[in-house]
Design a protein around this ligand. Sequence first.
Ligand code: UDX
Length: 441
Amino acid sequence: MALKITVIGTGYLGATHAAAMAELGFEVLGLDVVPEKIELLSSGRVPMYEPGLEELLAKHVAGIEGSSGRLRFTTSWEEVGAFGDVHFVCVNTPQKHGEYACDMSYVDAAFTSLAGVVREGSLVVGKSTVPVGSAERLAGLLPEGVELAWNPEFLREGFAVQDTLRPDRIVVGVRGERAEKTLREVYAVPVGQGSPFVVTDFPTAELVKTSANSFLATKISFINAMAELCEAAGGDVAKLAEALGHDDRIGPKFLRAGIGFGGGCLPKDIRAFMARAGELGADQALTFLREIDSINMRRRGQMVEMARETLGGNSFLGRRVAVLGATFKPDSDDVRDSPALNVAGQIHLQGGQVTVYDPKGMDNARRVFPTLGYADSAREAVAGADVVLHLTEWREFRELDPAELAEVVSSPVILDGRNALDSERWRAAGWTYRAMGRPRA
Ligand code: UDX
């Protein structure tokens, strides 16, 4: 009989994983401790913007007309325990307040609740990003006869559905053949379509996730450090990145210089990784990540300085600054640790009159930063501005008509914090275009 799957925690990761498992043909039950979330998901809607996710849910959530009916949601642990052969734990592990380490309280609570209800012979699979060594400890919380596996998740926001249905790789940390066999069954379709299946032990599986994110963060901070050098020496970091990327060993991806990385993963994961290395007595191995973090955070301040300099080098008082972008990346409504919102906030706190527009992130931005000015469109944000900052590379901004915006702006100067706009087009329409790490025209 086909395996029955539960997904504990229906945030970004869990909601996507649950929908993807239903798409792969399994009966799925998702659990969350927040009843409002369960209500929303049960009606086929998601509490965040993620391309394709609502469509996938609507295709499978029971009770929606024309759906497969394979996907249901609940708040009942008893139901989860009775239903599942395989339980995926997908709760979040945010950064602890005022500390580098990550907060394991949601994971611990999920394992404790699950331990009280799981059936003998079932498999619990951790997907949350955790400090290395957690799986070993969590295995001890589960009752006799229930196995644990660790199966980190690598999905990117904005591509969550495709990354889950067709992952770059599937990594499973296991202790026994039974867990491996069960997970091979769960992932038979993506593996059949070519996703590599890497089997390893608990600590290695946990480390793959944090080291992958550290590597990505390092690539971004490396190119941003090169951008600082280009600024000092008069070079062009976009050309430099293009030339570097032609080397197969380096590759072209994650070499876009700008205001750096943010979001709910990379910044907190590299910090938690450093904290864990310290606990393990291996902190020297990761001291370089401190530098990666500080290069990254420095970029935000450098963007603020570039704006100040453009406005004559003095105070922002009384100056109107349009900010295009609030989310930490395009195709997401996530503003967690968003470099764009941070830059907007710094300028606002220094007296600038900031007006922000973002295609999907307005509600979240208003919630975390209610004192900023907000506009309903890029054109409205730009109207009357003394300088325009492009801080999140949405397609909508690439497709703006610079000639039309030149008519409403007070001073046609655009600072591209993401190196993503077509400089020639903006210059041809009469704008002064400046980008980080690139020469002035
Ligand atoms: C990341 C990892 O990519 C993913 O594998 C992991 O599961 C979760 O963390 P995500 O946070 O969705 O995913 O975003 P990602 O696409 O990695 O971008 C992170 C940040 O880096 C964004 O703020 C983005 O704007 C920035 N970035 C990315 C750059 O500044 N330059 C680049 O070249 C690429």
